[in-house]
Design a protein around this ligand. Sequence first.
Ligand code: HEC
Ligand code: HEC
Ligand code: HEC
Ligand code: HEC
Length: 452
Amino acid sequence: MLKDRKIKTICLFLILIVALALAGCTRNVNKPLTTIAWDIPDGEMDPKVWGKYFPHQYSSYQKNMEVIAEDKTNYGSSERKSHIAAYPWKQNIWAGYGFSKDYNEERGHVWSVIDLTSTQRVNAKTPGSCLTCKTPNVPVLYEQLGDDYYATPLAEHLKDPNSMIPISCANCHDNETMELKIVQPPLRDALKKLGQDPDKLTHQEKRTLVCAQCHVEYYFDKENKSRVTFPWTEGFEPANIEEYYADLEFVDWEHAKTGQGMLKTQHPEYETFVDSAHYQAGVSCADCHMPYTKAGNEKYSSHWWTSPLKTAEQSCGTCHKDGSDARRDRVQYIQDKVADQLHKAGKISEELILSIEAAQKIEGIEQLKVDEAKVLSRRAVWYWDFVAAENSMGFHNPEKALHSLADSIDYARQGLALVKEAAAWAGGSFTIQPAKTEDANPTREITEKPNI
Ligand code: HEC
Ligand code: HEC
Ligand code: HEC
Ligand code: HEC
């Protein structure tokens, strides 16, 4: 009897130790928060006011203000460099669309409004929809204006000083409880369409979904006041989203060289991450991008959103014990492979577009065949851009990225075969002049002067 009790006690003790150890491992325990009192007014958007109570989170958030040119990794950077100046052939892929004029590498959250107002892609007619992922004022404007928020010109929204506050605390946190909260209207809509309640997500789900408020593929629903909408109802594979757009007969722009209605991918970080090995293992965006950091005795989640390779020890070391150099090497291996295929895919898409343009001028060419090739150019560019516009150079899900690029190359080759066949049947021939890499000018100056 006594022995039984003893065993029971020991067992309970062991369970307690395991439970405590597990609690220590989950990154959700925030001891400091229980001892801090804060009083952040409702609707407060200024990160400085929030930062008075949470100085570590605030100062790490501010770190993105310094953009150090040397502080970059092979494929990540916090510098506002031009994508099209570095890869001139992208201008042929996006001919007739704003992206062929001005398209820059993304940088930290604190720059979101400056980068929006100074891109040459905005003008007096740009709808308010473009503000959606740039400032904590969006949920407030949406509450005031409803769906008219989207159709109201961007220039009009920018007259409100709160719209000039870049992405900040109120984009992810509740001011009273400091809990994570989904505030952005498009993600709230998208989750509801999938039968999920945006206010009843688990904490771990929110550690990824707060990022999916913005790091996603989206489109402006032109039938519906340019409402920002996530094309998620068919699934998260590039093929599912392509199907969604095909059903809608959706077109982002008409290609200046071929006349084909095309798609532009935005930044599908979330869609890419879904179904990755890390996603399947329950890892969240915050695990890698917001690692726990020490300041004296206090631990806090880093709010310096940047390449996790700069903090590999904290970002990867909690789970991978093979050292940060090994992890960085592995990432680089994956990224080098993806980058190689990515540029091959992009160059073949360019070749197809230029070939269609040239072949269309051949007298008597069979238009049906050319039209088929044009549809293939839309598909080739979509599958290429799904990886090009994503910001991790394939790391977030190497299988999905390489599969998408293989599809892109396949569609482009099918298209090229058709164009060449049609040209031969018409007894004509054509030559093309792809953009020269020598024309690259990655140091092209980019201004921060407002363009709107
Ligand atoms: C397993 C760790 C991990 C997870 C989880 C993860 N990322 Fe990343 N992320 C990385 C790595 C590694 C890179 C590549 C950085 C580089 O090239 O320097 C990266 C790159 C990025 C970049 C580009 C950074 C730059 O410097 O250009 C963005 C943006 C990003 N991730 C967002 C997200 C979002 C949003 C999620 C969740 C949907 C997510 N990440 C999940 C590890 C992760
Ligand atoms: C892009 C979304 C996002 C923004 C913007 C953001 N946070 Fe957080 N914050 C998070 C996430 C994710 C966590 C981790 C939550 C967890 O697991 O408990 C977090 C955690 C915290 C915590 C809990 C303690 C800790 O460090 O884990 C505090 C306090 C906090 N943030 C304050 C701030 C302040 C102050 C700002 C503005 C300067 C801010 N946050 C901006 C996403 C965000
Ligand atoms: C309200 C919209 C929004 C939310 C929420 C958001 N981001 Fe971002 N993020 C952006 C925008 C916009 C940029 C690009 C800003 C620019 O280039 O001016 C960006 C850039 C980044 C970068 C690139 C930084 C660099 O130096 O190149 C990383 C990394 C990143 N975000 C990670 C995250 C993670 C992780 C989360 C979730 C914890 C998150 N973001 C939540 C909109 C958002
Ligand atoms: C919260 C835990 C966790 C964190 C943090 C984490 N990983 Fe992982 N990682 C995993 C798990 C689990 C797997 C899947 C292992 C498996 O399937 O066998 C994995 C798999 C991988 C793989 C795929 C295996 C391979 O070698 O191809 C790579 C690469 C990787 N992680 C790199 C990183 C990097 C880089 C970071 C930091 C930026 C990181 N991980 C952060 C848990 C984590």
